[in-house]
Design a protein around this ligand. Sequence first.
Ligand code: CA
Length: 224
Amino acid sequence: MARLLIVEDDEGIRVPLARALEREGYAADGVASGEEALRLASAGDDAHDLVIIDVGLPGIDGLEVCRRIRARRPAVPILFLTAQDAELDVVDGLDAGADDYVTKPFRVSELLARVRAHLRRTTSPQLSEAGDVRLDRAARRAWRAGDELELSPKEYDLLALLVAEAGRVVTRERIMAEVWDENWFGSTKTLDMHVSWLRRKLGEDATDPQHVITVRGVGLRFEP
Ligand code: CA
């Protein structure tokens, strides 16, 4: 089970966010200040798989917390929560070593999508295989039956998500949130186009696909 740390002084955000993450099957620890977060880290209790930091913290600010956690843990995904229209926060945050950010007010579904995508990037095995499809996640390359597939970045991301969940249905909403971004919620024509391109590149028969299966009204399932 992935364990997440939330550093957010606003209880009205921290508590419901921790609950939402726990409902998704994660363990979530919430702290209200950077000092507490760093105390956990220096006590050796820093085995979190992902860290969410509010930029606007009292005391040690979010950027400094991020820098110090990054110095100890070069690979842990760090997501920032930033105030709206705070473009400086975003640039500074990425400079301080954050991987991504979500602007307040945010939808929990949007944050969960980012969390899943970052955890998949860091915790999925580098090489994965489903049936005759093989992926090298670090190199972002894919093969079917030994032949390399020429995939666009979105086609690769779509295939990587489906393969990570091979045998299970992935909802259209989740695909749109993880492969595209929040702005695409509700518009899935693009997804349909990419699915048909991906099938063609996989050498699938469009009328009877064997790998990328449409689950009507729900989403897609990768069948190994
Ligand atoms: Ca705050």
